[in-house]
Design a binder for this molecule. Sequence first.
Ligand code: FEO
Ligand code: CA
Ligand code: CA
Ligand code: CA
Length: 692
Amino acid sequence: MRESLPLIGTPSGTHPGGRSAMTCRFRCGDACFHEVPNTSRNEYVGDVIAGALSRRSMMRAAAMVTVATAGASAVTVAGAPEARAVPGSGRGHGGGGARDGARGLRFTPVAPNTRDAVVVPEGYRQRVLIRWGEPILRGAPEFDPENQSAAAQAGQFGYNNDFLALLPVRGERGRWILVANHEYTDEALMFRDYDADAPTREQVEIAWAAHGLATVVVEEDRRGGGLSPVRRHRLNRRLTATSEFRLTGPAAGSALCRTSADPSGEKVLGTLNNCSGGATPWGTTLHGEENFNQYFANGSRETDTRYGIGTGAGARKWERFDERFDVSREPNEPHRFGYVVELDPHDPDSTPRKHTLLGRFKHEGATVRLTGDGRPVVYSGDDERFDYFYKFVGSERMRRGDSRWAREHNMSLLDEGTLYVARLSGDSPEIEIDGSGTLPSDGEFDGDGEWIPLVTASASGAVSHVAGMTAEEVCVFTRLAGDKVGATKMDRPEDIEPSPKTGKVYVALTNNSQRGRTGQAGPDEANPRVGNKHGHVLELTEHRNRADSTRFGWSLFLVAGDPEDPATYFAGFPKDRVSPISCPDNVAFDDHGNLWISTDGNALGGHDGLFGVATRGDRRGELKQFLTVPTGAETCGPIIQDRRVLVAVQHPGEVDGASVENPASSWPDGAGGLVRPAVVVVWREDGRDIGA
Ligand code: FEO
Ligand code: CA
Ligand code: CA
Ligand code: CA
């Protein structure tokens, strides 16, 4: 099939990256349109290199008129799909046929496209596992968007699924607990005739109930690698913006966290903007609270402290219905959000915890590994332009087994240990890092780094390592602590994942339109492109491969974009044999040691997708696109098992000007159906292993 190219390469007009303005407003509170919050004078500030970025790839893309999209099969194409091919799709999108590729990556890559569908490789099938609004708790009604209520939503699957985990159900073969984050709500796509200036109490309470976390038991069915939800299972659970959470760690109970409703400073209602996360080796899940700032109103420059709390009304006007969202009335309430949340999905009566020792910032996620002697190490990125990434090293060892005693011990592992922030330096002369993305003469963007301690907590108390800040202050104003110790300003640190095969750690840096712009930090070897539109992936090697080391080496594994753009790099793999990729976000490993990368905001003009890339051997750097998601959607939460892949299709139809009355997408149910975020499962028609 031959399809014609859209006239210009970017689908959405106003955002500096590839996102729609609607995504900006609802997801991150217009973070990219606000001033960069990091005004600290860490190194590299003010180094401006203008016009150095190559525009060759854009010109080449514009010159392309037709492209082939053979070799990909779309299923559940929603009503009236406008299937268009996009820049970079006419060439080199991942080499030859289904038999080529590293083990686990032997599939025919999906070409970049703009179909309103989930498009998977030839020979693969996919279907929706669960959608927004499906009842999961006893007594919850079927989804009825015209008669939705907060009570109904609190028993149904939430909105905008992001992070996903699958944990085996103890004692029930073939069943898993699917754990999902529900990051945020798109009111204009949820409610008919929604008026952003005058939301009703019911709409606001539905939105509270659509945020948070879900646990749903799913079972393997006989249809290939498919899964189906088990409604009303005793482990199914919803946690929302009004459920009870407990603060733990040094800031819990401190004056900074007390409010008029909670003088203890330990009991918080709700979790907000849960983006990515991780599964722990002790059977729990971690959930990063990301753009929590956007829910609060009437902040002031004095109370903001670098987190971007708005000074006027909130985007969703929640402060009209619960004054804890009004910072002028309840200044400490925002101090109770922005943490890593830990949930025990095996115990439906447990109260989830917010671990203050892991710091307060816009946590993209939190990924856990163990040291050689069994202590937890957690990596977490702060997703904001010019912010930092962090590591926590625990001091207590995990206990094996499923006794109440072991579980209680393990749930406190993240309350004792040390939080560090990363500082990186390059090994090439500064003059060779010219902002264009051209490799320096030693052939790599690479160098050394150190983990700088910020705070240590033990059973006997907590100690700050930052001059002028107490331990509680470091845990609540962690960005300020990072500023003070000279952490390295990165291009929006997203998900971080250690390889289970090699121990190397991969950090997705999604993009940074402001890098090198007037008044902002210039390029450095770890963030080498001015106006970085497409992002990069950093590979970090802990010193002596010890997870608790305070030193590391690093190099850029991928520099994303159209492979024809000379400012891209795929670990040295031939660029005519890789797929174009833009804005890496969530990352996960398969059992072969391949890294899987989902994207958010593809600035090349195609829809977001999921990619696999080899990290080892002579195919290291070979990157192939596995699927694309519908119009307006971001690809989230990938899980790669031997025989199935799960992705969360987040914010489908989120395109500027779209509404319930005027939808931009009709996925997943086709014409006439309301667009609904959903989890999708993909498997091979012949039932064999993915990419084998
Ligand atoms: Fe929710 Fe950093 O993306
Ligand atoms: Ca994300
Ligand atoms: Ca170098
Ligand atoms: Ca993102």
